[in-house]
Design a protein around this ligand. Structure first.
Ligand SMILES: O=c1[nH]c(=O)n([C@H]2C[C@H](O)[C@@H](COP(=O)(O)O)O2)cc1CO
Ligand SMILES: [Zn+2]
Length: 159
């Protein structure tokens, strides 16, 4: 008997884990998940966007508009930052799978931790200065970026 052939690829597996991690997010508008993987295809860390540890997410604001301090923006930890900070491993040479293209703050953490490739699905904030700054920094720092479209993932994963 031969081995089963229609198994999912490493890319689909890790992006699927990033998507599953996003499902843990309490953000009512955008749920983001991230999965960091070594050169040997071992998972080094996962994360999703949420309030900092110890900050009760029932008491924190989740809105997008109004006074800055009444919105989620000054407080929420991004999925990529959580994944970088959650890891006890050296991330040099690793790659990060993420459901949304990283913002400029996460891009800095990604570059500084030695991650060498970003594989992402959604790029809905491509027109923002934050995303443009991320792309500039990734290019200069030699961090590769690659998109796997949502339509492809939907075909292979029950999401
Ligand atoms: O790269 C990212 N990673 C990440 O975790 N986030 C989080 C922060 C917020 O909780 C949410 C974005 O919210 P909104 O789309 O409503 O502006 O996604 C946002 C970005 C991109 O801005
Ligand atoms: Zn970010």
């Amino acid at each position: 008997m031969k081995k089963r052939m229609n198994y999912i690829s490493w890319d689909d597996y890790f992006l699927g884990i990033a998507e599953l991690s996003a499902a843990r997010s309490k953000d009512p508008n955008t749920q983001v998940g991230a999965c960091i993987v070594s050169e040997e295809n071992k998972i080094l860390s996962v994360g999703y966007n949420g309030m900092p540890a110890g900050c009760n997410d029932d008491e924190m604001p989740w809105g997008r508009k109004g006074d800055f301090l009444d919105t989620k923006y000054p407080f929420v930890c991004h999925a990529e930052l959580n994944a970088v900070l959650n890891s006890n491993h050296d991330l040099k040479g690793s790659r990060i799978y993420v459901s949304l293209f990283p913002c400029n703050e996460c891009a800095k953490a990604i570059i500084q931790s030695g991650i060498k490739e970003v594989i992402y699905t959604c790029d809905k904030y491509a027109d923002t200065d934050g995303t443009k700054a991320s792309k500039m920094m990734f290019k200069m720092a030699g961090v590769k970026t690659r998109q796997i479209k949502q339509e492809h993932l939907v075909k292979i994963l029950p999401i």
